[in-house]
Design a protein around this ligand. Sequence first.
Ligand SMILES: [Zn+2]
Length: 172
Amino acid sequence: MNRSLVLNASYEPLGVVSTRRAILLVMTGKASTLAASGTKWHSRSMELDAPSVILLTHYVHVPRRRIALTRQAALDRYGHVCGYCGKHGDTLDHVVPRARGGTHTWDNVLIACFRCNNKKSDKLLSELGWRLPFELKEPEPNVASFITMRWGEPAWEEYTSPWRRRELRMAG
Ligand SMILES: [Zn+2]
């Protein structure tokens, strides 16, 4: 595997780079090797252990990737559960109806069943005496699980598991 896992200084997985790039980061002091891959990497002047996992020396702020708001994305987030009655639902509902100035944003949508959706129509929750069972907010992309799915590299598992990350952070 000529790829290396990159962890932020906080031990949060950031992404995957070529081993060549990882070596460059280590050699320039921008990162340190947390785990070696077991293979040697040669250049004209030196030989070193190729890193499998590197840790950035300084914390980098990464702009959060946004998850586009679509019916499918909302279904994935809320698991086909109606936000109003808890039964199976598969329609996208704007809590503040669009006709009443509601926005098409994560903090204003949920999944509703056909029945609730119909009943709610263009009304506000306050007019129906309904309450939201949870706070609506934008989902955060899960980089760790994305890396696991995309690469399936067993040597990285302990660095992408949230439990192990907590231990590493406490030790460091
Ligand atoms: Zn419902």
